[in-house]
Design a binder for this molecule. Structure first.
Ligand SMILES: *Cc1c(COP(=O)(O)O)cnc(C)c1O
Length: 223
């Protein structure tokens, strides 16, 4: 059997360096159930997946107190499979998708926690609202009628670049947007409090810019 003990060591070492209030999400996409179980047995409970089909299988096979984060591009027809158990959907990128999640939340009797994904990276390929689109959607106000979703904050991915200044400027843009949105639409609402930013290569910069949830895949699971 493969020795997975490095996984638990990585999580422990990384957790020890994180400021209080920062949640480490172990992104287990592409990695087998046994790798996740090693982390679970070491006490870790927050895991992220990017494909609904994989997530459903892993949820079935693993302990039910795992908090599953959905971080990939979500197709409307897949929401129903994860709606009954998903802890947080990080990747709401259209109002229509938010409405669809609301519909499935109603069916399963839950108010599903969601983040709005903001597109700040230079790559076209990445999903999300531009800051302006996000403001317009919130200004429009229809989201206030949705009873079975709860907007808990924002998520973003920085450009895939070596240029640290560029990355810092992108995270800083989202940090400012987070503050503006909180003040304008969620004053006095404690639950709008999550900024999901930072991956293996850029999480220290994200934390400097207010990240509360970092999503670490290769830094934990690749030996
Ligand atoms: C894969 C993925 C991650 C983790 O990336 P690493 O560079 O492996 O840490 C984080 N966020 C999203 C949205 C991802 O798809």
């Amino acid at each position: 059997m493969k020795d997975n003990s490095y996984i638990a060591e990585r999580i422990k070492a990384m957790s020890a360096t994180l400021p209080e209030g920062v949640t480490l999400i172990a992104v287990s996409k592409y990695h087998p159930v046994e790798a996740i179980r090693t982390a679970y047995d070491a006490g870790h409970r927050e895991f992220g997946e990017s494909k609904a089909q994989d997530l459903v299988i892993k949820h079935q096979e693993l302990p039910k107190d795992i908090r599953w984060h959905f971080i990939g591009h979500l197709q409307s027809n897949k929401i129903k499979y994860i709606a009954p158990f998903i802890h947080l959907i990080h990747s709401i990128d259209t109002f229509k998708l938010l409405q669809e999640v609301d519909k499935q939340g109603a069916k399963t009797g839950r108010r599903i926690p969601c983040l709005l994904q903001i597109h700040i990276a230079q790559e076209e390929s990445k999903f999300g609202f531009t800051p302006q689109e996000c403001m317009e959607m919130l200004e429009e106000g229809q989201w206030r009628l949705l009873q079975n979703v709860e907007i808990r904050g924002l998520m973003c991915m920085a450009s895939n670049t070596e240029d640290k200044e560029q990355i810092a400027s992108e995270f800083s843009t989202v940090q400012r947007l987070f503050k503006v949105i909180k003040e304008r639409f969620f004053t006095g609402n404690e639950s709008f409090s999550i900024l999901s930013a930072g991956m293996s290569d850029d999480y220290p910069i994200a934390i400097e810019h207010g990240s509360t949830h970092i999503r670490i895949g290769s830094g934990i699971f690749i030996e």
